[in-house]
Design a protein around this ligand. Structure first.
Ligand SMILES: [Mg+2]
Length: 103
């Protein structure tokens, strides 16, 4: 394995860690965390996103991937797409209001 391959493996690993912590939050809640730990699943997600961004910046700095447009139209387009599918999920009954809003 060379350096670019190692960095790509690190990026994939951080993506997995974000996903793992999202699944824990879905199963047990954002405010929950490992037993005996004061760190919440929400905080774990934020930490892993920081790790992901750190590795992304290394890949960008080394010219291995283009710099993502983090403040541009691609972000807005993705947010619009997610909102579109949230509306569709609500329409087909696959998305419900949180318990605090359902009452
Ligand atoms: Mg990590």
């Amino acid at each position: 394995m060379n350096r670019p391959e190692h960095l790509l493996a690190c990026l994939a690993e951080e993506c997995d860690e974000v996903g793992k912590n999202c699944m824990k939050a879905l199963r047990f809640g954002l405010a929950d965390g490992y037993p005996g730990s004061s760190v919440t699943n929400a905080q774990e997600i934020a930490k892993e996103l920081s790790d992901l961004i750190a590795v992304m910046r290394m890949l960008v700095a080394e010219g291995l991937i283009p710099k993502p447009d983090l403040g541009g139209s691609a972000i807005t387009a993705k947010q619009t797409k997610v909102e579109k599918y949230l509306a569709y999920a609500r329409e087909v009954g696959a998305l419900v209001a949180p318990a605090c809003e359902a009452e």
